[in-house]
Design a protein around this ligand. Structure first.
Ligand code: NAD
Ligand code: ZN
Length: 378
């Protein structure tokens, strides 16, 4: 590669400050250091967690940055010590690392890893170190990935090598949203055959949770969203019933309880709203109901009455669907290629990276499921 070992100048969408549109800029991307991989990003989805950082979390130390964490690309060059990747490999950068060595990686009960940005910087949502500069300023790498850039540099512990025939403009969704919702149902909730489930929020994360419930054998899947435009899509993934909280003047947990003789077996919150988290918990049946938090927020405390848990409900959270990232993502890509996992149906819009602000607006107004941006030509 003619570019190996050199700084690459390329286009990226820079978030200079919160609440402002991203700006297309020429940035400099340094060569990969030891154990790092420089990736030509081919495609990226836009996930609500990008919007969270820009409009809600807005951590003062989290800007300027390049956002995007749901991408797929091709290895451009590798740093010293990298033996399992070579230029030309198709890869997905991972916002959750898997070093394989730390006590979390060694424990089958969790997919957390001590080595990545996520170990202690959930609030800032980026690593302190970065390979990006623009106009002489250090630009942070959001969630360690920064897929809204033609090139990015990621440590090999946070890169998954995937099947060479995988279409990058589809499998990018396994870098976050689809793996997250699907795994939350299968790994975290551990949805059982014949069960009744409720999924709150029908973005890509929630729809992937619906797909997970269906693949796990759930009999009834109640899809809950305040935007009825999402119901048709939810049917495609296996939802059997639809509830719009706005159609009822009683708490949604009461509506679900009446529909299910006492509550659902499993509920998944895929909105990122503490009031909805409480409703999702209260919608579960006493005795054995399990409620999983998938929506992302670090802004507010949440509340519930202790009796909810005393009566036998379980409240859990799920990060990246509980998948150990490097192990699971290549397998999920293969499951897509074998048609066991749907991806195409999530993509409602395709546009170039330069239109990223339109993709952000579409998500804000609820007029898309996933917009996939083409970043570098393949
Ligand atoms: P999205 O914006 O596409 O979808 C959110 C959906 O929730 C929309 O359809 C919206 O209409 C619906 N909604 C809003 N308020 C509601 C309410 N009160 N009741 C019911 N439905 C409501 O977002 P997404 O990309 O699918 O992400 C969903 C959430 O998952 C976000 O909070 C995101 O940050 C989070 N997330 C978490 C992880 C993780 O690892 N835990 C990973 C990715 C995303
Ligand atoms: Zn995401």
């Amino acid at each position: 590669m003619a570019t190996a070992g050199k700084v690459i100048k390329c286009q990226a969408a820079v978030a200079w400050e919160p609440n402002k549109p991203l700006v297309m800029e020429e940035i400099e991307v340094a060569p990969p250091q030891t154990h790092e991989i420089r990736i030509k990003v081919v495609a990226t989805g836009v996930c609500h967690t990008d919007l969270y950082h820009l409009f809600e979390g807005k951590h003062k130390d989290g800007f300027p940055c390049v956002m995007g964490h749901e991408g797929a690309g091709i290895v451009e060059s590798v740093g010293s010590g990298v033996t399992n990747f070579k230029p030309g490999d198709k890869v997905i950068p991972l916002f959750i690392s898997q070093c394989g060595q730390c006590r979390f990686c060694k424990n089958p009960k969790t997919n957390l890893c001590e080595k990545g940005w996520a170990s202690d910087r959930y609030d800032v949502m980026s690593e302190s170190d970065t390979r990006f500069t623009c106009k002489g300023k250090k630009i942070l790498q959001f969630m360690g990935t920064s897929t809204f850039s033609e090139y990015t540099v990621v440590n090999e512990i946070a890169v998954a090598k995937i099947h060479p025939s995988a279409p990058l403009n589809k499998v990018c969704l396994l870098g976050c949203g689809v793996a997250t919702g699907y795994g939350a149902a299968i790994n975290t909730a551990k949805v059982e055959p014949g069960s009744t489930c409720a999924v709150f929020g029908l973005g890509a994360v929630g729809l992937a949770a619906v797909m997970g419930c269906k693949n796990a054998g759930a009999k009834r899947i109640i899809a809950v969203d305040i935007n009825p435009a999402k119901y048709e899509k939810a049917k495609v993934f296996g939802a059997t019933e639809f509830v719009n909280p706005k159609d009822h003047n009683k708490p949604i947990s009461q509506v679900l309880s009446e529909m299910t003789s006492g509550g659902v077996d499993f509920s998944l919150e895929c909105v990122g709203n503490v009031a909805v988290m409480r409703s999702a918990l209260e919608s579960c049946v006493k005795g054995w109901g399990v409620s999983v938090l998938v929506g992302w927020t670090d802004m507010d405390d949440f509340a519930a009455r202790p009796i909810q848990l005393i009566a036998g409900r379980t409240w859990k959270g799920s990060l990246f669907g509980g998948f150990k990232s490097k192990d699971a993502v290549p397998k999920l890509v293969n499951e897509y290629l074998e048609k066991k996992v749907k991806l195409d149906e999530f993509v409602t819009h395709n546009m170039p990276l330069a239109q990223v602000n339109s993709a952000i607006d579409l998500m804000k107004t609820g007029d898309c499921i996933r917009s996939v941006l083409s970043v570098s030509p393949q």
